[in-house]
Design a protein around this ligand. Structure first.
Ligand code: ZN
Length: 449
C-alpha cells in the first residue's frame, strides 16, 4: 500500500460541484491543503491520485453544531478520537462538541485538556462551553475567559437554563462579548422527566409523556428576552410545530435568532416507540407525525437554519435498559447527510413516499444547511472562501454518491456506540470520500487512519 502524504496532489474528476455559487460539473485539483484548480477539464498531473467523481456530487465538507463526544468521563460510549472519526465518515470537517461531559466544559483547564486530545483528529473538534457552572443553572461560567480560549458557542445542552433571571443575565453578558448562546429548550416543570412525547402513543403504551409545551414555553420566554435585550440566540434541536412557528414569526419580526433541527426529528415519529426499543428514546422526544411535517416545513421555508446531528452515543451497557430507564440519545454523525438527503431530496424526486405532495428541497439548500449556515452560527467560517469550492479555498471536501442504496449496520459504526435509530431505513446516497485539509481521511466510506 502506498502511504499518501498530505503534499501529494489529488484530482477529483467529473463530479457535480454544489456550493454557495450553485451547481456545475468540474474537475478539481488539490495540492497540499488547498484547491489549486477548478475547471471543466483539468489535466491529471503525473503522480496525482485520481478520485472518480462521475455520478457524484462534490460538496464543501460539513459542520455539525451539536455533537456529544463523551470525553472526558464517558469514554465507554465515545472519545474525541472515535467521535471525530465517525464525523469524518459522515463528511464533516468540524463538529461542535457539547459541554455536558464529566467534568463539564466550564473552565479553562478542561478546555486545554480537550484541545490536547483533539490535536490530530480527522476533523476539527470545536468546543462549546456551558452557560452555567456544572450546568447546574445557578451561576454563570467565566464566559469571557472561555471565549478567549476559542469556545465558539455556549449552552447547557442536555438541560435548558430554567431560571428566567439567570438566562437574562447570560444574554446580557453574551451580547456584551459578542458570543452565541444555544438553548436546549425544555422547561423541566412541564417535562417532568417523562421518557417520551405526551400524546396518543404515550397513552397507548402506558408511558409518561412530556407535552410540546415543555419546549414551547421556553422558546417563548427566550424570544421575549431576546426581544427585550436586542440579543442573539440559537435554538437547538427544535421538534414541535408550535416551537418552529414561534421562531418563524420571531424571524419575520426581525429578531436575531437561528435554529437547528435534527435528522431524527425530520424523519421519525413517536409511533416508533411502540416497539419499546430504547434506541428511540431521545430528548427532545420523537414527536407526532404532524410535528415531523412541521420540522420539514421549517426546513423548507428557511425557519430552520441548520441540520445538526445531536449525536449522542451511549454504550450498550448503558442504553440497553427498559424504555423509561434508558438514557436519552441516539448517534447520527455517520448517517446525517444520507438521512436528510433521503427524506428531503430523494424521496420527493423518486416518489418513494406515501405523500405525493411532498416538495423536494434543492440540493443547494440541503448543502447550505450542512455547511455555510452552521459554520456561521458557530463562527467556524473565518477561513477564506469558506463553503465555496474555488481556487484558494481550503480542501475540505466531500464526494457524495446519490445513487447508492444502503442500510446502516449497527455493528460497523465508527462510533464506539451503536445506538442508531436508522438501522431499518433504506438510505439513498452515501458519503464516499472526505478530504480534510487536503488529506483523503475517508475513502470508500472508510476512515484512512
Ligand atoms: Zn439537547
Amino acid at each position: 500500500m502506498i502511504l499518501l502524504s498530505k503534499a501529494e496532489e489529488i484530482i477529483i474528476k467529473g463530479a457535480t460541484l454544489v456550493d454557495a455559487a450553485g451547481e456545475r460539473r468540474m474537475d478539481v485539483l488539490v495540492r497540499g491543503e488547498t484547491i489549486v484548480a477548478v475547471a471543466e477539464s483539468v489535466e491529471v498531473p503525473i503522480g496525482a491520485r485520481i478520485v472518480d467523481g462521475a455520478n457524484g456530487y462534490l460538496l464543501p465538507a460539513f459542520v455539525d453544531l451539536h455533537t456529544h463526544l463523551r470525553e472526558p468521563g464517558g469514554e465507554r460510549s465515545e472519545t474525541v478520537e472515535s467521535g471525530s472519526r465517525a464525523a469524518a465518515i459522515g463528511g464533516y470537517r468540524a463538529v461542535v462538541a457539547m459541554p455536558n461531559t464529566s467534568p463539564t466544559i466550564d473552565s479553562v483547564e478542561i478546555v486545554r485538556h480537550l484541545h490536547d486530545l483533539a490535536r490530530n483528529t480527522l476533523c476539527e473538534v470545536a468546543l462549546s462551553g456551558s452557560i452555567t457552572i456544572g450546568r447546574l443553572g445557578e451561576k454563570l461560567t467565566p464566559m469571557a475567559d472561555l471565549a478567549e480560549f476559542g469556545i465558539c458557542l455556549f449552552t447547557d445542552d442536555g438541560r435548558g437554563v430554567q431560571s428566567d433571571a439567570l438566562m437574562r443575565e447570560a444574554l446580557i453578558v453574551a451580547s456584551r462579548l459578542g458570543l452565541t448562546l444555544g438553548q436546549h429548550c425544555e422547561n423541566e416543570e412541564h417535562a417532568k422527566g417523562a421518557p417520551m412525547h405526551e400524546g396518543v402513543w404515550s397513552s397507548k403504551l402506558g408511558l409518561a409523556g412530556q407535552p410540546s409545551s415543555a419546549e414551547e414555553v421556553m422558546v417563548e420566554r427566550d424570544l421575549e428576552l431576546v426581544r427585550e435585550l436586542g440579543a442573539s440566540m440559537h435554538f437547538l434541536h427544535l421538534s414541535t410545530i408550535g416551537a418552529i412557528d414561534l421562531v418563524r414569526r420571531a424571524k419575520r419580526e426581525g429578531l436575531s435568532i437561528t435554529a437547528e433541527a435534527t435528522p431524527h426529528h425530520l424523519s421519525l415519529s413517536d409511533a416508533e416507540i411502540a416497539s419499546y426499543n430504547p434506541v428511540f428514546k431521545v430528548n427532545p422526544p420523537l414527536r407526532t407525525a404532524a410535528d415531523v411535517n412541521g420540522v420539514r416545513a421549517g426546513i423548507l421555508d428557511g425557519t430552520i437554519d441548520a441540520i445538526a446531528t445531536d449525536h449522542a452515543p451511549h454504550s450498550p451497557e448503558l442504553k440497553d435498559e427498559p424504555f423509561d430507564c434508558a438514557p436519552p440519545g441516539m448517534i447520527g454523525l455517520e448517517t446525517a447527510f444520507a438521512v436528510a438527503y433521503t427524506e428531503l431530496v430523494a424521496k420527493a424526486h423518486l416518489r418513494i413516499t406515501d405523500d405525493p405532495t411532498l416538495p423536494a428541497l434543492s440540493m443547494l439548500d440541503l448543502v447550505r444547511l450542512f455547511t455555510l449556515s452552521p459554520a456561521r452560527i458557530a463562527r467556524l467560517d473565518r477561513h477564506e472562501h469558506c463553503g465555496e469550492i474555488v481556487v484558494g479555498a481550503r480542501a475540505d471536501l466531500v464526494v457524495f454518491d446519490p445513487t447508492e442504496r444502503w442500510k446502516v449496520e449497527e455493528s460497523s459504526t465508527a462510533s464506539r456506540s451503536h445506538n442508531t435509530p436508522f438501522a431499518q431505513l433504506d438510505l439513498v446516497g452515501r458519503v464516499r470520500h472526505t478530504l480534510y485539509r487536503g488529506e483523503l481521511v475517508v475513502t470508500d466510506a472508510d476512515a484512512q487512519r
